[in-house]
Design a protein around this ligand. Structure first.
Ligand SMILES: CC(=O)SCCNC(=O)CCNC(=O)[C@H](O)C(C)(C)COP(=O)(O)OP(=O)(O)OC[C@H]1O[C@@H](n2cnc3c(N)ncnc32)[C@H](O)[C@@H]1OP(=O)(O)O
Length: 170
């Protein structure tokens, strides 16, 4: 199976924040943003694997800046690393200034998707060849994030999380 680049899975979703998407402060509701992130990541995972994909875990979401009603929000999702059947997907969230068009990054999320067959059984996927500096940094950190996610889910013993443990060694 030939390796693919993150670029090949790039998924861009641009949409408005309407009043029905907001909280009491007229900012984008966190759950609405999570759903949009999940959709963008799911398409990126499908583009990478050409398979049915399911969300296995949401590893990290940072709501760094609020997103006011009326904003134009763009989500960019790309597979950062592929393992056997699972993929890590990074999603970056931007808003743009109405007059200048300048973009500000407001949030990011890291999701894990698994490629499955029609019966829901995990299947093998192509590996990832990072190209840009940022893609290389995200690729390099993906194994320890996978191990952390598995440890938190009770699917890996902390002692077996070698890459994660290496973080804490001086
Ligand atoms: C609440 C909701 O809305 S959920 C939304 C939709 N999602 C779903 O319905 C998914 C439901 N879950 C499932 O179908 C299964 O648990 C699956 C397919 C995700 C995993 O199935 P499992 O039987 O655990 O398979 P298995 O143990 O072989 O794991 C498959 C891969 O997922 C990875 N994985 C499983 N759980 C996690 C996790 N919590 N974090 C990171 N990776 C994980 C495994 O490490 C493995 O990766 P690899 O093949 O690349 O080495």
């Amino acid at each position: 199976m030939e390796a693919k680049t993150p670029r090949e899975s790039l998924t861009t979703l641009t949409d408005l924040v309407l009043p029905g998407d907001t909280n009491y402060l007229d900012n984008l509701f966190g759950g609405e943003l999570l759903a949009r992130m999940d959709r963008a990541c799911s398409i990126a995972a499908r583009r990478h694997s050409s398979r049915i994909v399911v969300t296995a875990s949401v590893n990290h979401v940072a709501f760094n800046k609020s997103v006011p009603v009326g904003s134009v929000v763009t989500l960019e999702a790309k597979v950062s690393r592929a393992f056997k059947s699972s993929m890590e997907i990074y999603v970056d969230v931007w808003i743009e200034d109405r007059q200048s068009g300048l973009r500000t990054k407001v949030n990011e999320g890291i999701y894990t998707f698994v490629a499955v067959d029609e019966t829901g059984k995990p299947v093998q996927i192509p590996q990832i060849k990072p190209e840009t500096e940022l893609e290389k940094v995200r690729f390099d950190g993906a194994l320890r994030r996978k191990q952390l996610s598995l440890v938190l889910a009770g699917k890996m013993k902390p002692d077996d999380a070698t890459e994660l443990k290496a973080l804490f060694k001086s």
